[in-house]
Design a protein around this ligand. Structure first.
Ligand code: MN
Length: 238
């Protein structure tokens, strides 16, 4: 049994190589993977389930649908770019949307899964806009706009965030260690897996004198980044 974890593909028709890589991944390895966890930012941005086709993501939806029909259970946790993925998308693709954070077990170990941006509490500006955009009032008002208006404001937000990133330090945009420990303690987790920071790695530290690990998934800009778990084996980053 293989379980795979991916995040931060940031799929967009502007980067067709990443989309082709993901389609190929689902086609070739899909059959070998029993459970696939997508931990957010699958898309560069998502402006509502009614606009997937206009955004050029029809092929991705079809590939996901094919994989779930073939027997892979695909779970999805929202990222800060695709938090508007909703139940219509889930129905069309067969993916199951999970809350952030979610807890699973691998063998006898408790694992907490998150996109990761909620842990970046030093980035006060990101947390403020996150709180605003996750409110049902903001979501409702945004989804009421025309698709054209929504694409325009998503592009604007994307540019704003790109520009902002250049002025923020690497530390501010990384996870806050206290928040990590708090989330792990709350769920009694030995392992945390998240994405968002685009800084793949494995961090070992202690929480209440217990050794724990935080796995950070990489993005798919240049190549694919997949963390796999095979029963009776350890977690391998490939
Ligand atoms: Mn993100």
């Amino acid at each position: 049994m293989t379980i795979a974890f991916i995040s931060d593909l940031h799929l967009t028709p502007q980067r067709p190589d990443s989309s082709a890589l993901f389609e190929h991944f689902l086609e070739t390895t899909g059959a070998l993977i029993e459970e696939l966890y997508i931990l957010g930012d699958l898309f560069e941005y998502w402006i509502g389930d009614d606009a997937g086709e206009q955004l050029g993501h029809q092929r991705i939806e079809t590939a996901l649908q094919r994989a779930t029909k073939a027997g892979t259970n695909i779970f999805f946790i929202h990222g800060n770019r695709d938090f508007l993925i909703g139940s219509d998308f889930a129905k069309r693709t067969g993916c199951l949307i999970l809350p952030d954070p979610s807890v699973i077990t691998l063998g006898d170990r408790i694992v907490v899964l998150s996109h990761g941006d909620a842990l970046c509490t030093d980035d006060v500006e990101h947390q403020a806009s996150r709180n605003q955009m996750l409110s049902s009032k903001w979501k409702g008002a945004f989804l009421d706009k025309s698709i054209k208006e929504r694409i325009d404001s998503a592009e604007e937000m994307r540019l704003h965030s790109e520009r902002n990133k250049q002025h923020k330090s690497m530390e501010i945009m990384d996870v806050n260690q206290q928040e990590v420990e708090k989330m792990m303690r709350e769920h009694n987790a030995e392992i945390m897996i998240h994405g968002h920071t685009h800084r793949p790695g494995v961090h070992e530290f202690e929480v209440d004198s217990k050794t724990v690990k935080r796995y950070v998934l990489g993005d798919w800009y240049e190549q694919k980044s997949v963390l796999t778990y095979k029963k009776c084996r350890s977690l391998d980053q490939i």
